[in-house]
Write a protein that binds this ligand. Structure first.
Ligand code: RB5
Length: 146
């Protein structure tokens, strides 16, 4: 059965979301598009919450978010338990976010990368695996009360 991947954006990420959706489908994933569905101005927390809650509750393994800078989406997503959202602006950072930080929400800064680069970032992220080992304890500590 195909892995289901929720994706969401605000108006700034809307165009890129269409491209990322096609790419994920081409790669064989089942995409759950939580919106937004046009370039009309909306509030990014609504879409970040929709994707991050699914990951946090274990309904899906991972998700993808897009907004102008990636920052607003990452702020919101990282408030959810067990969500590790990373803004990635190149493929290497995307890969390391998986290998070292077990990133489960990829956030793309739509106004600062072109669509071709965004696809490369997605491809590297989706294929990379968490290394565990010395990184395991560090990732577990993220969830501890401070
Ligand atoms: C929208 O103009 C922009 O503020 C938003 O997409 C995002 O960059 C917020 O972090």
């Amino acid at each position: 059965m195909a892995e289901r991947v929720p994706i969401g954006s605000d108006h700034a990420g809307f165009e890129l979301k269409q491209r990322i959706k096609r790419r994920l489908e081409t790669l064989g994933y089942e995409v759950e598009d939580v919106g937004t569905y046009s370039d009309e101005s909306v509030d990014y927390p609504d879409f970040a919450k929709a994707v991050a809650s699914r990951v946090s509750e274990g309904k899906v393994r991972r998700g993808v978010l897009m907004c102008g800078t990636g920052l607003g989406m990452s702020y919101v997503a990282n408030r959810f338990p067990k969500v590790r959202a990373a803004v990635a602006w190149n493929p290497e950072i995307a890969e390391l976010s998986r290998r070292h930080n077990d990133c489960n929400v990829l956030v793309l800064p739509a106004r600062f990368i072109d669509e071709e680069e965004a696809e490369k970032i997605l491809d590297r992220w989706i294929d990379a695996s968490f290394e565990g080992g010395r990184h395991q304890k560090r990732v577990e500590k993220i969830e501890m009360d401070v």
